[in-house]
Design a protein around this ligand. Structure first.
Ligand code: ADE
Length: 358
């Protein structure tokens, strides 16, 4: 990148950068937590989670000592829960291997659970002020456009080339400013729909000059999403509800959910849903409950799925043992980590109360 552009980018960042809580005191731990939260999640969503997290787990030691349920509870709603589990395990690794202090070398950082090229680069750059690039999707966009790179950025060799370019362009003096400026430019100006009129690099940007910002970066075929239709019985015995805790090693590990039954499409009306659910309750859970109420549908996306949850409230007279499930009081359910879609169903139940049978 031309030195004039580096200068422009630096000036632009120093005058336009957003005040973000993790920028106030970029300790290695704060950078680690914020960068993990920012993967796949927007800044505005992350801010309150980050502030709560730093209050609740102010140090690596506090995080390492916390039970996994408490960690997932703080993450509830952010999605991609493996990030929280890895952060937690990573904190335990740092306690065991580095006496609670994040190390300052690529190899040592990479050996910590959940730390990949991007997060390692961000910690070394923003917290340790080393001359290291942190190349995320934002930076990929900026650099592929600036250099007019027409290759598919999903390919490892293309990513490697861009990482090398990013590292090369960093100045010797205060390189961390340029590495964060590239992220900021991608997040606020060089977005999917580029705002080139605001960009400090527009003079030399190949995609802008050739009017190709809508074609660069080039990505491989999009992964298609699958729609899931799920009947969700909220089964109550008094004020206790039947729930299941996600199995270790699975996507929803340690997150609670109501029982659910997948059906093939959502065209069923209420009475057809009730009929299907009656059969499923009997067959899958050996229960027969009294149908009480249909709740509004909840739409919720995770990884490559879009789920349509169709909740119905049932009442039963006794707490039968259902293998894999447990009965938990509504009050206690407020405290446990729930998967996002099911959390919204729980919120409706908490808000409107349960029908009583006995
Ligand atoms: N997106 C990812 N990392 C970021 C950061 N450090 N600041 C703003 N947006 C980001």
């Amino acid at each position: 990148m031309k030195s004039k552009d580096i200068k422009n980018l630096r000036q632009w960042f120093l005058s336009q950068r957003r005040d973000l809580p993790w920028r106030e005191e970029p300790s290695p731990y704060a950078v680690w937590v914020s960068e993990v939260m920012l993967q796949q999640t927007q800044v505005a969503v992350v801010i309150p989670y980050f502030l709560r997290w730093m209050q609740r787990f102010p140090t690596i030691e506090a995080l390492a000592k916390a039970p996994v349920e408490a960690v997932l509870k703080e993450w509830e709603g952010l999605g991609y829960y493996s990030r929280a589990r890895n952060l937690h395990q990573g904190a335990r690794d740092v306690m065991e291997q580095h006496a609670g202090v994040l190390p300052a070398t690529v190899d040592e950082l990479k050996a910590i659970k959940g730390l990949g090229d991007y997060t390692v680069g961000a910690i070394l750059s923003f917290a340790f002020h080393q001359r290291k690039a942190a190349v995320d999707g934002n930076v990929m966009r900026v650099l592929t456009r600036y250099y007019g790179i027409n290759e598919n950025i999903c390919l490892g060799k293309v990513q490697k080339k861009i990482r090398a370019l990013a590292e090369e362009l960093l100045p010797q003096e205060e390189p961390w400013i340029i590495s964060e400026a590239l992220i900021e430019l991608g997040a606020t100006v060089c977005m999917r729909k580029a705002k080139c009129y605001e960009c400090p690099l527009k003079g030399e940007c190949q995609a802008h000059i050739k009017d190709q910002t809508d074609r660069i970066p080039v990505k491989g075929a999009k992964i298609s999403t699958t729609v899931l239709y799920r009947l969700v019985p909220v089964i109550a015995c008094g004020d206790r509800i039947l729930v299941r805790r996600g199995e270790p090693g699975k996507v929803m590990a340690d997150l609670f959910q109501f029982p659910y039954f997948d059906i093939t499409h959502a065209d069923h009306d209420t009475s057809a849903q009730k009929e299907l659910m009656k059969g499923a309750l009997k067959k899958e859970l050996s229960l027969s409950g009294v149908w009480k109420q249909e709740l509004p549908q909840v739409k919720h996306s995770f990884t490559r799925y879009r789920a349509c949850l169709m909740p119905h409230v049932y009442a039963v007279r006794e707490e039968k043992v259902v293998p894999g499930f447990e009965w938990i009081s509504l009050d206690d359910l407020r405290q446990v980590p729930f998967s996002s879609g099911h959390r919204r169903i729980l919120s409706m139940v908490l808000e409107h109360g349960l029908p009583t049978l006995c």
